[in-house]
Each structure stands twice: as structure tokens, then as C-alpha cells.
Design a binder for this molecule. Structure first.
Ligand code: MN
Length: 195
């Protein structure tokens, strides 16, 4: 059972880069749907274990992964946004970005290009992987495909149409450019520190 996170800023705080109307739909309708459906799936799995009828298990496991990943990625996305007050990567995170991507500009370019070229619906993430001891940028199809097990997301952008269509229509690059204005690096720094 998970609960929706409270937004750490008012619904109009990301204007004009992300309008209140867009955020309201994204948070109160789409994100709520993932949380509700994840909880329903957990309840159904409990019933399955009690009834010992596993005929529907494949579908339920798929839903668990889909709605669970959807809920978690939306939490990260809403948390790593904030009012357009400049924040920046910590010295530690910036040094790692420079080491792994060459420069902050090269990181930003790769993140923007990878976001723009997410196939259909999905996400783009900056992640840390202990085993590889480096940052990487990953595309994620839907919420759960093409993931790298063991990675830790640092910064995420929602590339599902519902995230930008109301405001940006098909202009994905404009949405991505706007995103950079409302990134809250303090939150990314916090996640990176917990490695
Ligand atoms: Mn979304």
C-alpha cells in the first residue's frame, strides 16, 4: 500500500514552463491512477495467495511492475521539479558528471537528445549504478522496460504524452528545454548523496 506524495510546491509554482492545468492533470489524474491501481493490484495478489488460484498471476505481476514503476517514477519526477529558482548540482555530483560525460553541457545535451528520442511513451533518467561506479543516462520504455537492475535514479523526465501534450503538443524539444528551467538540483543532490 502506497500513498500519493504531497507536492512540495503549489500547483502554479512551475509556471510558465509547466502550467497549472498540465500539472493538475498529471498529478491529480494520471499519477493518482498509478497509485490507486498499484494498491488494487497488491490487494488482488493478497486474494490470490489466500484463494490459491494463480490463473491470473501473469497479468497481476505485469500490473504490479507497470503501476508500481509508474507510481515511483512519478514521485521522482514531481520531486525533482521545483520553481524556476536556479539550483545546481553539488560539487560532488558536478565532478562526477564531468568525469562521466566530459562536461555539464555534454551531459545536458545527451540527456536532452535521449529524452527527445524515447520511443513512444517512456522516461529518460540520470542514474547511478554502484557496480559500474559511474553515472549513466537511460531511456525507459513505458515505465518498466529497458531498465538496468540495481541502478539508482538521480534525475528523471516524464516523456509520456500526458506529461506535455496539453501545453507543448508535439514539440517535445520545447518541453525538454522548459524542463531544465524547473529542475530542482537540490533534490538530485540529495539522491546522489545517498549512494
Ligand atoms: Mn506522467
Amino acid at each position: 500500500m502506497i500513498k500519493m506524495i504531497d507536492l512540495p510546491y503549489p500547483m502554479n509554482a512551475l509556471e510558465p514552463y509547466y502550467t497549472m492545468e498540465t500539472l493538475d492533470l498529471h498529478y491529480n489524474v494520471l499519477y493518482k491512477g498509478y497509485v490507486d491501481n498499484f494498491n488494487k493490484t497488491e490487494e488482488k495478489l493478497k486474494n490470490v495467495r489466500e484463494s490459491n488460484d494463480y490463473s491470473n498471476i501473469k497479468c497481476l505481476e505485469k500490473n504490479l511492475s507497470f503501476f508500481g514503476s509508474g507510481a515511483i517514477l512519478h514521485e521522482l519526477f514531481f520531486m525533482n521539479l521545483g520553481p524556476a529558482i536556479p539550483t545546481s548540482p553539488s560539487v560532488e555530483l558536478m565532478n562526477q558528471i564531468i568525469m562521466d560525460f566530459g562536461s555539464f553541457e555534454k551531459f545536458k545535451k545527451q540527456f536532452s537528445e535521449a529524452s527527445s528520442q524515447v520511443e513512444a511513451s517512456g522516461w529518460c533518467l540520470l542514474v547511478w549504478t554502484n557496480r559500474l561506479n559511474r553515472l549513466n543516462i537511460l531511456q525507459c520504455e513505458k515505465h518498466q522496460n529497458l531498465t538496468l537492475w540495481g541502478c539508482k535514479p538521480i534525475l528523471v523526465i516524464d516523456m509520456w504524452e500526458h506529461s506535455y501534450y496539453l501545453q507543448y503538443k508535439t514539440k517535445r524539444p520545447e518541453y525538454i528545454d522548459a524542463f531544465w528551467n524547473i529542475v530542482n538540483w537540490n533534490e538530485a543532490n540529495k539522491r546522489f548523496n545517498k549512494k
